[in-house]
Design a protein around this ligand. Structure first.
Ligand code: SER
Length: 583
């Protein structure tokens, strides 16, 4: 039986409700590109909002982690992963949580207690030592020598800088043929972490203080890939059953064996799986030069280059064959894969064709540079040319250069890039390190237009209209709002006129930091009050709009151009959706 089924069944038998995997692109959280942990979609509920499914939840969540993207190729890393998670939202706490984990590992998965060890939080001036968890472990039969106490670096968990957090207890498995040492040494790499139980009872605020959450929660996470590899006794995670079909097909297509070509094969396998999941996501991500689209582009282009390296015919439909294996392997658990299969195949094929056209020529530029034996240094002009003319993401240039023992002027590249794109504008936030980050100019304008639209709807339609969601691309904005009826042509027209009137008035956009309490008192609009830290940023536009928001925004509404509603439709019960553009 699949580990996901065993896990869900076990926690359902303990009164948990299964919740569906959330989309890979967070719906209402512009601060991250992808869901990176099972708990991310649950943040508002950990902060105190009531969850419609109750207080005991279980799921498997698709996640994308891009921080390691360029080091994929070893035995343990991936960009896509599935997280098993169970949650208590103010329901059970440490005793039950640890008890369930222990029972699942030792009784359902039949892992010998002898092979397990745990870490607990050592305590500091703010958060006390977690002797309670250690005692629970002892009572279950974990020996003292197998319990290590560690500090914040290791045993305190938070998703980003702020938000719900708490001490955790991590479970380790001894992954080796060697005899299990009596004393657990967390630095001994034969011990691998398999499960993390976080006791989320605090919230970290933007001023660095830690306060109690409305109730004590449990958030646990166990990676499917790792636990599967551990259970199957392989020492290279890519040798686990999860990868079997995909890697066999890569071997078949290239005519080479996994042994001896591990790095490229792992990169192709990992990247095609991630690309399929990103392209199949309901968010409709397409390869581009910003945000999620840029990650998708990098994944596809990098896997194509490694396919070429292994001798796969790039003019064949190899990408389709590989994508179909991913879809087939996962469709039982993720319905969107089959539903959006055509979109996925098209995205892959189009991007391949685009890149194929210039890949050869780009690689020739490299060779020219290498032939000049003095050239150990790839200058910014060539790096930018490879990007601009041949479509090489800078990360790919660095990788190819590295294979030839060359160094790239990456900083110089970014200078040129920024000068070219003017992406360094004030207020633009870097959402991922090293990437061609973008709250680009258009996205920034759409952010501001979103606030104006929200304010206009309150006047034209109803003062009780509230934002329910928003999504911005460089091409358009989408805005979901509570409303019980289809907007009439008259309402749409008036809304448009009002937004354009404010744009033409040239209203200043001002930003202020204040306490959440003051922000609410001042009448600032906000979607999810509990999601925000105690000190919030409030953007005001003239005196027509005031909203909690992370920005970025334009300085004056004059910059926006002409606002036009292109579509108004139902989104879900009691929620309407407007698509609009700035011309
Ligand atoms: N949030 C924790 C993690 O991702 C447990 O789910 O490890």
């Amino acid at each position: 039986m699949n580990i996901k089924d065993l896990y869900i069944d076990y926690f359902v038998s303990k009164g948990h409700k299964q919740i569906p995997s959330a989309p890979i692109v967070p719906e209402n959280d512009p601060s991250v590109l992808f869901n990176t942990a099972g708990m991310q979609p649950l943040i508002p509920y950990l902060m105190g909002i009531k969850h419609p499914y109750g207080t005991r939840l279980v799921d498997y969540q698709k996640c994308i982690r891009t921080n390691d993207l360029d080091s994929i190729g070893d035995t343990t890393r991936y960009t896509f992963l599935e997280m098993l998670g169970n949650w208590s939202l103010g329901d059970y706490f440490k005793k039950e949580s640890i008890g369930y984990s222990f029972e699942f590992l030792t009784k359902v998965l039949n892992i010998p207690v002898e092979k397990l060890a745990v870490t607990c939080f050592i305590g500091d001036d703010v958060i006390p030592r977690d002797e309670e968890s250690a005692n629970i472990w002892r009572s279950l039969g974990i020996k003292d020598k197998r319990i290590a106490f560690l500090g914040r670096e290791d045993n305190f968990w938070i998703a980003g800088e702020f938000g719900p957090c708490g001490p955790d207890t991590e479970i380790f498995y001894f992954r080796s043929e060697d005899p299990v040492p009596e004393v657990f040494d967390p630095n001994d790499e034969r011990w691998v972490e398999i499960w993390n139980n976080v006791f989320m009872q605090y919230s970290k605020n933007s001023d660095g203080t830690i306060t109690d959450l409305p109730h004590k929660n449990v958030d646990t996470g166990m990676g499917v890939e790792r636990i599967t590899a551990v259970l199957e006794g392989v020492n290279d995670n890519y040798k686990a059953s999860i990868w079997k079909n995909l890697i066999s097909e890569i071997e078949k297509l290239s005519g080479v064996n996994y042994e001896g070509n591990e790095e490229s094969i792992r990169i192709i396998a990992d990247h095609i799986r991630s690309a399929v999941f990103i392209a199949a996501d309901e968010a409709g991500i397409k390869p581009s030069n910003t945000d999620q689209g840029y990650i998708l582009r990098r994944l596809i282009r990098r896997l194509i280059r490694h396919a070429k390296k292994l001798g796969i015919d790039l003019n064949s439909n190899f990408e389709e064959k590989l994508a179909l294996i991913v879809i087939n392997d996962y469709k039982k658990y993720y319905k969107e894969l089959e539903k959006n299969a055509n979109v996925v195949l098209e995205v892959l094929k189009n991007e391949k064709i685009k890149f194929n056209r210039t890949l050869e020529k780009g690689l020739k530029e490299f060779e020219k540079c290498i032939r000049n034996i003095d050239c150990k240094y790839l200058n910014k002009d060539l790096a930018f040319k490879l990007y601009d003319t041949y479509g090489f993401p800078i990360e790919l240039t660095v990788e190819v250069a590295d294979e030839h023992g060359m160094i790239v002027d990456v900083d110089g590249f970014y200078e040129k890039f920024k000068a070219h794109q003017d992406l360094s504008r004030a207020g633009s936030k870097e959402k991922f390190k090293g990437g061609l980050s973008g709250d680009g100019e258009m996205e920034t304008k759409y952010h501001t237009a979103t606030h104006l639209l929200n304010a206009a709807l309150k006047i034209v339609v109803n003062k009780d209209v509230h934002q329910k969601g928003s999504n911005i691309t460089p091409e358009r904005m989408r805005f979901d709002f509570s409303c019980d009826h289809k907007l009439s042509d008259e309402e749409k027209k008036k809304t448009e006129e009002l937004v354009n009137k404010w744009i033409n008035q040239g209203l200043d956009v001002k930003v202020a930091e204040m306490s959440k309490e003051d922000a609410l008192k001042s009448g600032a609009e906000c979607m999810f009050i509990d999601k925000y830290p105690d000190i919030v940023t409030v953007y005001s536009i003239g005196d027509v709009s005031k909203e909690l928001c992370g920005g970025p925004h334009v300085a004056n509404t004059k910059e926006l151009g002409k606002f036009k509603i292109v579509k108004e439709e139902a989104s879900s019960a009691g929620v309407r959706r407007i698509k609009a553009v700035l011309e």
